[in-house]
Design a binder for this molecule. Sequence first.
Ligand code: BGC
Length: 756
Amino acid sequence: MLKKLLLSALLAPILSHGVLAQNQTQSEIAMKIESLLSKMTLEEKIGQLNQYTARWEMTGPAPTGSSEQELLEEIKNGKVGSMLNVTGAEATMKAQKLAVENTRLGIPLIFGYDVIHGYKTMFPIPLATASSWDPSAAELSAHVAAVEAAASGIQWTFAPMVDISRDARWGRVMEGAGEDPYLGTKMATAQVRGFQGNNLSADNTIAACAKHFAAYGFVEAGRDYNTVDISEYTLQNVVLPPFKAAVDAGVATLMNSFNVIGGIPSTANPHLLRDILKGEWGFDGFVVSDWNSIGEIKNHGVAPDLKEAARLAIIAGSDMDMEGYAYLPFLKQLVEEGLVDEALIDDAARRVLRVKFELGLFDDPYKYSKLDEKGLILNEENLKAAREVAKKSIVLLKNENNLLPLKKAGQKIAVIGDLADDKDSPIGSWRAQAITGSAVSLLEGIENAVEDQSSVVFERGPVFISNEPQFTQHLQYNETDPSGIEEAVELAKEMDVVVLALGENCFQTGEGRSQTDITLKGYQQELLEAVCEVNKNVVVVLMNGRPLVINWMAEHVPAIVEAWHLGSEAGNAIADVLFGDYNPAGKLTVSFPRSVGQCPIYYNHFSTGRAADTGTVFWSHYTDESNDPLFPFGYGLSYTTFDYSDLNLSAGEITADQKLKVSVVVKNTGVFDGEEVVQLYVQDLYGSIARPVKELKGFEKIFLKAGESKTVEFELGAADLAFFGVDKTWKAEPGNFNLWVGTNSQSGLKGAFKLK
Ligand code: BGC
């Protein structure tokens, strides 16, 4: 109940802004835009399409363009429409003044920033939040981030990242919701709502940006910035749905992706941007390039020079040039030479101006820089919210003989591992303005929770990372100095239980952090095995931003808690779970491979022509590993157990106009109260194109007291069964379907029905 109250109190400010209030101003906004556009010169319109980074904080390769002084002059001359990485009320106010008080028309800048999972109060990384299967948690995380960012002068975040990804090698897995398009749409919608509320001009909302359009999560071999070559079916059925959901939720902007699809750079892809996004979907916000993705059209070998790259990008529908230095120098010339229609520049400028009007920047360009920066940022309420979301994001992977929950008294606890007292890694990658080293460590969380702190003893074990972890640099894992293992073993021998923190440093995942080896790095495996040898009660707390290969651990360790990088309140949230103050209910949204060789691995794959074991080598398998993941999509345990029974389908057949009602009884058969994510999967047995062996089509998170039962109901109609098929339209095809309702993607009660 308390949780519910907290949630509604925090969400109240955004819910109180009526949609109507915004609708009423839409036609006024349109008139204002046209009036402004009519006064603007071509250069001024192009200026609106130009975005520079601040020189003091870079989230991409260092800019080759103007110096800081030149940049300030360009702002004054109306050549800059937006800045990224300018943060803080003071700095944004200063930069805004340059634009508003010096340019001919006084058009305000829009300040963008990567506010991905918090601004200063850090929430769990998005992959973790998705594991809550609770869209309201994602919404809350985005909302608090918006409040804090807005108070610091930021009006626009480059989030949410809604890229579906199936490959744990890709470092940016941590930034998205995982491998499933259905869950992806729910999380995308929730995050857009959280950032934007119902009214962009409110003080506590900022413009969102669905990225990266499109298919960036499908980079070959999981290597960041690599080629993407997927079919139109995969694009439509898997990649685009979360973007469409974000657009339907009113997302103000989208960002291009770095990759090509079928040889066409996304930044220069008119089919994606004009036909689908701005055409079919009716998107009227603007598209910002990714960092120099216009310049990179050249590197892809699709434009000989920057001028041609600019031409391709503006024609395709990329409206704003982030750090590409392509639009400002070349668009005017391209128009004058008749190579670009000026109407395209007008359209792009109109889109940028619309978002600025919607944000209320023309009414008061300084409004975001005048908020109560101190009172609104990193306050107690925000930290409480971060702890709530963090608890929900934890996934219990194993709990043999109910080793967990631990007791707060009467148990001697060894806390081991370099990550256990790490106050920085839990903050995660993409950390906006988080204060370095400000997270509650696992050790602190445990110490806060137990009755007698002297029952908790810490041993670091071997140092994990041997250089200073930084955003822009490679990590060096300690692979030469095992010292610390002995001390850890000695401690483990004496204690009743060991809590062993293992996993990844926060800068092991994120942009530019692809890996071919996703096992435990440094001396972590050695430490794990040595500790397990002397103590049977080992609880591993995993901190990581991607699925890891942990076969030995899964076999030998009795309890495993997947804690990701949980943000500012990480240690407290983990302790809530370890000591049973919160019964974990998270479920994986990414499959955990048994070997990196299985990547990409995902539950909603196609059957293949040779899916069944023939007893010979001639079927689709590996000769040295099974096809199955170690932990499947949707998997996660609880301290209690749930029994599923009485699957009931309202009919054996439905027509395209009818709904199938599916119900199931779920009973809490254990001794703890707890939550369960009830999952509904469907298989379309055959179609005009191959159909996945299973697809998530619904889920509901329910709370059951020990011993309590509840009937959970779902509805399925033709729209839920529709897919982009061989005739290139979205529709459900008649035929037979299997259906499962259960606790993860590999189990469930099975039913069947027919769509006529
Ligand atoms: C990333 C984007 C990010 C941008 C601005 C790029 O390198 O791909 O996701 O928003 O930088 O920081």
